[in-house]
Every structure is written in structure tokens, then in C-alpha cells.
Design a protein around this ligand. Structure first.
Ligand code: FAD
Length: 273
């Protein structure tokens, strides 16, 4: 037995009336037969102002015609359609409308269209702002004159810059960040490394790497800072389990070290003379 069949029809009526999404039902020509209160709240039009009319009264003509064509092609063929349109409210203000339309046929063969939409302007603006910020941060990091890499908890590189990429040739097949952290841990010893992790940062740790092809050693000054970031996933909504990331900044100090070595040799020669 269909359990929903036992429910009184007024429940479904109430569901549509109380739904927080704008709902419009039209006939096969797109003539509006019903709108719910959320439709009026979203569009600014009272039911009496739109009944008998076409939802095109919401159309703001920056939406390409091809979008409306695709919409009608789909629903006229009995297929549901989903997409985003720019709508205009009664007061002239515009909003982004995320719309889904489902064709429904009754027992007598008459076709209706059930349109459900919500205002996604804020969501879109937030997303755009986030993308712009991300692009800005990426280009600032990319332009930095030092090598920068962002690592996750498993020391996988999530983000790097041009200077970091230049280091890749010097480390053969190994990821530079992995080679550097392995050497740093070996040099400092595990207890000192754990202490740095607890402190949350380390500054200008110097490491020497031998290069193949008679290029001489490369010296790097390495700074790092760990930070926590909460996860955006649904499962961490109530039980936030922040993840730890490491921002690694590597400065090539080979030229400085060579200069220091030359000065030291000169001083030694002078002393011996
Ligand atoms: P239209 O004259 O509607 O023409 C657009 C295209 O659709 C043309 O290719 C035309 O030939 C075709 N078309 C129009 N009517 C039919 C039909 N009955 N059968 C086959 N093809 C047809 N539009 C919005 O802008 N915002 C909304 O929120 C919105 N909600 C809608 C909800 C429902 C349930 C339905 C069915 C439609 C909705 N529409 C909405 C689409 C709306 O009906 C208009 O098609 C659209 O606004 C463009 O209007 P127009 O006057 O510029 O063009």
C-alpha cells in the first residue's frame, strides 16, 4: 500500500502553501494557474496580479534567448528543465533565479508545468567574491620573490608558486617540500621538530643540498608556519575537526653563502700571510 495515499490531500496543499520556495503552476501554454505565498514574497507580485499571465513578466532581458528556447524545448518534450535566469521583481530590482520546471500530465492528458525557484543572488555574489579573493591570493603568492608552498596534514603540496616550481629541477624526482622537510627533521632531530610544531612556526632554518652536474651546493633558508583551518564538509558542521596546514617559505641563500665563504677564505689567507 502506498503510505502517502492515506494522507489527506489538504496536507499536500498546506505543504505547497508553506514551502519556503517560490512555486508556480502553469498550463501547457505557460499561463499561470497558481502561485504560493513564497512566490509573492520573492517576486513582489501578489497572486491576483499574476494569475492568468505568463511567468515572462519576471523575465529580465539579459537572460539569453537561447536559455528560454532550451527551457521550452525541454519541457514541451515532457522533460524537466533546470537552470538559472535573471528575474526582475515588481519593484524593478533584479535577482538570480535558480529554477526547475517539471512537466506533469493529469489522467485526462492535460499538461501542466510545475516551476519551483529560489533567489540565489547572495550565494552567487559570495561565490564570486570567494573566487576573486582566491585568484588575488594566488597571484600575490605567484609573484612572491621567494618559493612558497602550502602543505596539507600529509605533507602534500596543495598550492605553490613560480619560484617553488623552479626548485623542482634541483630535487630530481622528489617533491622539494618532502626532501626539505625530511632533511630538516633529520638535521634537528625528532624532539626538536616536535617542539617547533607545538610552537607553531620556525624561522630561517638553513639547509645545504648537493646538486648534480658539478653545480655546487644550494643553500636554502627555510621558514614555516602551521595553522588550523576548519573543514567545509557537511559532516563537520556540528563536530568541527580543524585540519592543520603548513605554509613553507624557502629563500635561496646560495649567493650569500658563497660570498661569506669567499670573505672567510680571504680573511684566512690574510691571517696566514
Ligand atoms: P517567450 O515568448 O516565452 O519565448 C521564449 C521561447 O520559448 C521561444 O523560443 C518560444 O517559442 C518558446 N515558447 C514560449 N511559450 C511556449 C510554449 N507554450 N510552448 C512551446 N514553446 C514556447 N521565465 C523567466 O524569465 N523567469 C521565471 O521565473 C520563469 N518561470 C517559469 C515557470 C514556468 C512553470 C514556466 C513554464 C516558464 C517560466 N519562465 C520563466 C519562462 C517564461 O514563460 C518565458 O518563456 C520567458 O520568460 C521568456 O519570455 P519571452 O516573452 O521573452 O519569450
Amino acid at each position: 500500500m502506498d503510505p502517502a495515499g492515506a494522507l489527506p490531500p489538504m496536507l499536500f496543499n498546506e505543504l505547497v502553501e508553506q514551502a519556503p520556495l517560490a512555486i508556480a503552476i502553469t498550463d501547457h501554454n505557460g499561463r499561470i494557474l497558481y502561485v504560493n505565498p513564497a512566490f509573492s514574497r520573492t517576486t513582489g507580485y501578489a497572486a491576483s496580479e499574476v494569475l492568468g499571465g505568463n511567468p515572462s513578466l519576471l523575465s529580465y532581458k539579459v537572460t539569453p534567448r537561447s536559455v528560454y528556447d532550451a527551457l521550452w524545448q525541454s519541457i514541451a518534450a515532457g522533460q524537466p528543465w533546470q537552470g538559472v535566469l535573471v528575474n526582475r521583481r515588481k519593484d524593478g530590482s533584479r535577482y538570480l533565479c535558480e529554477l526547475s520546471i517539471t512537466p506533469i500530465q493529469d489522467e485526462g492528458g492535460a499538461r501542466y508545468y510545475l516551476g519551483i525557484h529560489r533567489d540565489v543572488t547572495e550565494l552567487h555574489e559570495l561565490n564570486e567574491r570567494l573566487q576573486n579573493q582566491k585568484r588575488l591570493i594566488e597571484s600575490i603568492i605567484d609573484m612572491a620573490p621567494v618559493a612558497v608552498a602550502l602543505l596539507d596534514e600529509n605533507e602534500r603540496v596543495l598550492l605553490d608558486n613560480q619560484e617553488y616550481k623552479k626548485l623542482m629541477g634541483s630535487f630530481g624526482k622528489q617533491e622539494p617540500a618532502t626532501a626539505i622537510l625530511t632533511s630538516l627533521r633529520a638535521e634537528l632531530g625528532e624532539p626538536a621538530w616536535l617542539q617547533l610544531q607545538q610552537k607553531g612556526e620556525f624561522v630561517d632554518q638553513t639547509l645545504r643540498f648537493d646538486r648534480a652536474g658539478g653545480l655546487g651546493p644550494r643553500w636554502l633558508a627555510i621558514s614555516g608556519s602551521w595553522f588550523l583551518q576548519s573543514e567545509p564538509s557537511a559532516e563537520s558542521f556540528f563536530a568541527a575537526a580543524p585540519k592543520r596546514y603548513l605554509l613553507l617559505v624557502l629563500t635561496d641563500i646560495t649567493a650569500l653563502k658563497r660570498q661569506q665563504q669567499t670573505q672567510w677564505l680571504q680573511a684566512l689567507r690574510t691571517m696566514l700571510a
